[in-house]
Design a protein around this ligand. Structure first.
Ligand code: THU
Length: 157
């Protein structure tokens, strides 16, 4: 038996002003996407934006439902919309932000496991690492590839 450690490399930026321009633009698109959040139950508003390899930006926001499990997270709303409307165009990056009562949360939004699994599949289809930008009103974390936020990804191939 051997004890092993996983090490994750990521970048932390103190504020959106510090981000490279392309990441900042995608984060801003995710912030704008919050307008489309429908969250009458949790009152927790999440926005996401996917940039495709051809430069197209597709936004998504969480959608809730009286039958709770029928709702969907912002990340999957954005990714499914991107794939449905631009089939086969590789994903380049994804930004996520969250807010409550019209105020961005102090900590970065962190995608749930189901959204990470969906990211992993589109990343594999895209044949390139998906850049993941997690921010809100405070520090912003940037990860290069889904493996960084979901080690030991399930892969059916
Ligand atoms: N939510 C997202 O949209 N993305 C996440 O990464 C975590 C949670 C949504 C689901 C639900 O509408 C609300 O936030 C509270 O869980």
């Amino acid at each position: 038996m051997e004890n092993k450690k996983l090490i994750i490399d990521y970048q932390e930026y103190a504020s959106r002003e510090e981000l490279p321009a392309a990441d900042r633009a995608l984060l801003d698109a995710a912030i704008a996407a919050i307008q489309g959040s429908y969250a009458p139950y949790s009152h927790f508003n999440v926005g996401a934006a996917v940039r495709l390899a051809d430069g197209t930006v597709v936004k998504g926001a969480n959608q809730e439902n009286a039958a709770y499990p029928s709702g969907l997270c912002a990340e999957r709303t954005a990714m499914f919309a991107a794939s449905a409307n631009h089939p086969g165009v590789p994903f380049e990056s994804l930004a996520v932000v969250c807010s409550r009562d019209g105020k961005l949360m102090p900590n970065p939004g962190s995608p749930c496991g189901a959204c990470r699994q969906v990211m992993a599949q589109y990343e594999r289809e895209s044949k390139r690492p998906l850049r993941i930008i997690l921010g809100s009103g405070g520090p912003i974390l940037v990860f290069e590839g889904v493996e960084s936020i979901m080690p030991l990804i399930f892969n059916d191939l």
